[in-house]
Write a protein that binds this ligand. Structure first.
Ligand code: DO4
Ligand code: MG
Length: 277
């Protein structure tokens, strides 16, 4: 079952139909402990709506939650970052964190920095090398339970991070630096390890880059990442946790204004964002 945030309140998709839910508070909805039952019964009392398009009509699926992210959880990310940080002498840290018991977790965005499906993500004006990072995003309630999944785009300035790993917050956190959406797949069970994460970057209507990875390549479990995030930390409204990227475009690639980024994770949908400078 999937839920979408819209200007008319939450909408649930059930067997090809879309229903507007009576529960209007997104934070309350995310934090219910009995989702499947509550949403199923709400569907019976919800209003059937016509012509709903998740890609066109959904708002970012976020209320008051913070967005956090995990890093260097795929071998591809470790290797690309070791290369990028070499001249700064920082490559060793990426290998160490890939092997370490404690994962890299960092703050990514507050709700106002998030772009939903169909909205623009941004690249920084003071950066020359920018990439999207397509990531599975966990939706976690205030008790630290994963209640569902969405698609995340951890927009990153590779030159800023590569110059010095201590610049990470500037490479990662700025206006519209995070894409999320289109909706939330409500599900307590884990996703299949063969689940594909696919990305296409279109420039002037043509594919400029295509890449894919599968969840089997994620080195850590979602539960392990959430357990570390919730250590001595509380999230009264729940939170989103991006699980890291396994797709890195070649080093001569950088995003340009008007590029279209399409990230697909089949059971969730496709997150589409255009790039704005
Ligand atoms: O270590 C820097 C960030 C890594 C990251 O965002 C990723 O691996 O996805
Ligand atoms: Mg990332």
């Amino acid at each position: 079952m999937k839920i979408y945030k819209t200007i008319h309140g939450p909408v649930v998709a059930d067997r090809g139909e879309f229903y507007q839910l009576p529960e209007t508070d997104w934070d309350v909805l995310i934090n219910r402990s009995d989702h499947e039952t509550v949403i199923t019964s709400m569907t019976r009392h919800g209003t059937l709506i016509q012509d709903f398009s998740p890609e066109k009509d959904a708002l970012p699926p976020i209320g008051s939650q913070e967005v956090w992210a995990a890093g260097v959880t795929y071998y591809r990310s470790r290797t690309a970052r070791m290369e990028e940080a070499k001249s700064a002498g920082g490559e060793d840290f990426y290998d160490r964190v890939y092997q370490a018991t404690r994962p890299e977790l960092f703050f990514k965005a507050t709700p106002h920095r998030v772009a939903g499906c169909g909205q623009n993500v941004r690249i920084r004006n003071d950066s020359k090398w920018n990439v999207p990072e397509p990531e599975l995003a966990l939706v976690v309630n205030s008790l630290g339970k994963i209640i569902g999944y969405t698609i995340g785009n951890d927009m990153s300035s590779r030159d800023i991070e590569g110059e010095n790993p201590l610049y990470l917050p500037q490479a990662k956190v700025y206006s519209q630096s995070c894409g999320l959406g289109p909706g939330i797949l409500i599900r307590r069970e884990s996703l299949d390890s063969q689940t594909l994460i696919e990305m296409e970057i279109r420039r002037a209507g043509k594919a400029e880059f295509r890449g894919q990875t599968e969840l089997a390549n994620l080195k850590r479990t979602p539960e392990e990442l959430v357990e570390y995030l919730f250590r001595d930390n509380d999230f009264p409204y729940g939170c989103f946790l991006l699980t890291g990227t396994g797709i890195v475009p070649p080093d001569d690639f950088t995003l340009q204004a008007e590029d279209e980024i399409r990230i697909t994770i089949e059971p969730i949908g496709t997150l589409i964002n255009k790039v704005q400078c």
